[in-house]
Ligand binder design. Structure first.
Ligand SMILES: Nc1ncnc2c1ncn2[C@@H]1O[C@H](COP(=O)(O)OP(=O)(O)OP(=O)(O)O)[C@@H](O)[C@H]1O
Length: 594
């Protein structure tokens, strides 16, 4: 993002050749000669009056003549004179009366006055001169000149408390800043009319910019909180309970330990106390048993038995994995839909210890570090790449069925990423279509260089989804749709991918039993079989656990009851994600965010 100095407006050019010619005496004389000649020829020709009038009115020279005439004419001063003349008439004609009414109309007077200003080029403040001394890195500096009327600028600013720098936090759609096309979220504000802003109080900068409003961004809560179970809160009755994913509007931050907030989409306007982000004692309630908080073990604690399934491996371990093939089942594959990867996932679940996941490059991420996440309203611009669509759900709920149908119905719009594998290419397969077929060495190199979002082994072959494969889909001009294990969410939550996360929730077990009569699913023993009753209960239980843990990241929830309806819901949700404003983390606009 570029730095910029805010300055005032610059007069636009009026690029019209005819117009310029008419200001020139020689040009005007030439046009008049052409006009006289044209009229003479028209009279000599025996044409009827209507034709003559039509050709006269549509003649380009007429416009050329009228332009300077209108430009030279000062309507604002002529109008009172015309009106006085009409008033002075003893018996004004109906046309004169109509003209009088028209000229009296304030809209018409405003229009004529605007015309005069434009014609005389009498607008815009005189610009202050450019600064003599531009900083050394002037190439990265953008000078923005805006003429501001009484309208708000239509932008909000954010201060980085550590550096004291100010950034444009958001540009309100359709506002002055947006229409100017000169300000973008993430731009660093350096000076306003020659005055440096770094280190100033936000209120001061707001005043300088005449922002007219100052919006405190809402926060997305990343935890569940119950004041009644918080021993540290000074007055539990004044506290406000909230759940993961609730949008909180912070109203008062003056107390460094307890903020006042209200829920954004709640009918109640009443505020309540919530712990501030720098509340030292938050661990007290954070560690309460009711918190279903994530306990993610660091990679170094992976036990020996997990070696084959955990991904935080060094090179040696990786090769050990290649050699120590676990040959448990036949690989079930469907072109492009990564069944092998899913079988591997299933296997790795059974070997994982509860509440400890580790497979992707960034899975060693402690989500408990953040209480709230600042969010901003984001409206995807038509030129922005489409947002990554991420489907998440308990195994067997139908995530892949929905994804498969979506892509099948509209293959020109949606596509899944192509995975990498070390297995050999089969007859009829094409490199880069079903899979990227690579050697074990290349695969290992990619692992070591953190190229994979997730990877695993099945039947002695490695399978992995690279982060670059999403970019390939975008480069094809399509929307990338992936299914993801929730512990990998952090790897895709980037400024570049701006993922829109859809959670696929099962209907009740009874309803699943009704709707899933024929379908097969991949059982824990990695074989395809019909659903049993206990499968539905397990799916519901897994869904509950997943939602409790990751709800704060979900942008949308779809209940996969009737398949047709769910496909429609998915389609609508994706459209919303791409075309309508959504809340996204403010950090995605920070200049230093990946
Ligand atoms: N709404 C639905 N109605 C009926 N059958 C469904 C529905 N959704 C999915 N199915 C069927 O349920 C079975 C399991 O679905 P799917 O393979 O998509 O599960 P999944 O969530 O991707 O799980 P896994 O990743 O373990 O394969 C499939 O046979 C699929 O056709």
């Amino acid at each position: 993002m570029c730095n910029f100095i805010l300055k005032m407006d610059k007069t636009p050019k009026f690029p019209d050749d005819f117009h310029l010619r008419c200001f020139n005496y020689v040009g005007l004389a030439q046009i008049l000669t052409e006009v006289v000649e044209e009229v003479r020829l028209s009279i000599d020709r025996e044409v009827n009056g209507a034709d003559l009038l039509y050709s006269l009115l549509s003649a380009p020279w007429l416009y050329s003549l009228l332009r300077p005439l209108f430009s030279f004419f000062h309507w604002s001063s002529a109008v009172p004179q015309i009106m006085a003349s009409v008033r002075g008439l003893a018996a004004p004609s109906s046309e004169a009366q109509e003209l009088y009414i028209l000229l009296k109309c304030p809209h018409m007077q405003a229009l004529l006055s605007a015309h005069d200003s434009v014609a005389q080029r009498d607008y815009g403040p005189v610009l202050p001169p450019l600064p003599d001394k531009l900083p050394d890195n002037e190439e990265a500096m953008r000078i923005v000149c805006l003429v501001k009327n009484k309208q708000p600028l239509g932008a909000t600013i954010r201060k980085n408390e550590k550096t004291g720098n100010f950034f444009i936090a958001r540009v309100i759609h359709g506002g002055l800043a947006d229409r100017s096309g000169l300000l973008y979220p993430g731009d660093k504000l350096v000076e306003v009319n020659g005055q440096k802003v770094r280190g100033l109080q936000p209120e001061h900068v707001i005043q300088m910019l005449n922002l007219n409003f100052w919006v405190n961004y809402p926060f997305n809560s990343m935890v569940d909180y119950s004041p009644l179970q918080d021993p540290a809160i000074p007055c539990p009755d004044a506290g406000m309970a909230f759940s993961k994913g609730d949008l909180l509007k912070i109203v008062d931050q003056r107390d460094i330990r307890w903020w006042q907030a209200r829920k954004l989409h709640s009918a109640s306007l009443c505020c309540g106390l919530i712990p501030s982000t720098n509340h030292k004692q938050r661990e007290l309630w954070w560690s309460q048993p009711y918190q279903a908080h994530t306990c993610i073990r660091p990679c170094t604690l992976i036990t020996h038995t997990d070696t084959y399934t955990h991904r935080c491996l060094n090179f040696c371990a990786l090769f050990k994995m290649f050699v120590g093939i676990i040959n448990e089942n036949k690989c079930i594959e469907t072109a492009g839909f990564r069944h092998s990867l899913r079988v591997w996932r299933r296997k790795s679940y059974s070997k994982r210890k509860p509440s400890c996941y580790s497979c992707g490059v960034s899975s060693c991420h402690n989500t408990s570090a953040t209480l709230y996440e600042e969010v901003v309203h984001y409206q995807r611009h038509i030129d922005d790449p489409p947002r990554l669509i991420v489907l998440i759900g308990p195994s067997g709920v139908g995530v892949n069925e929905l994804r498969r149908r979506l892509i099948k119905i509209n293959p020109n719009t949606y596509q899944g990423p192509i995975s990498h594998t070390t297995r050999s290419q089969k007859m009829g397969e094409k490199n880069g279509r079903e899979y990227h077929f690579v050697t074990k060495e290349v695969f290992a190199y990619m692992v070591v260089n953190h190229k994979f979002l997730e990877y695993g082994e099945h039947n002695g072959h490695m399978y992995g989804t690279s982060l670059d494969s999403f970019q390939d889909v975008l480069d094809n001009g399509k929307i990338c749709v992936i299914d993801l294990e929730p512990h990998c969410i952090h790897s895709v939550r980037t400024k570049k991918l701006k993922p829109y996360i859809i959670f696929v929730r099962p209907p009740s077990p009874a309803r699943m039993k009704q709707t899933r009569k024929d379908p097969h699913f991949l059982s824990n023993r990695y074989i395809k079989r019909y659903f049993y009753d206990k499968d539905f209960e397990e799916i519901e239980e897994a869904s509950r656990t997943m939602e409790a843990k990751y709800r704060q990241y979900f942008d949308c929830v779809i209940v996969n009851d009737d398949l047709q309806d769910s496909c429609m819901d998915l389609f609508t949700a994706i459209q919303h994600a791409q075309e309508e404003p959504q809340w996204i983390p403010a950090s995605w606009f920070a200049p230093d965010h990946p």
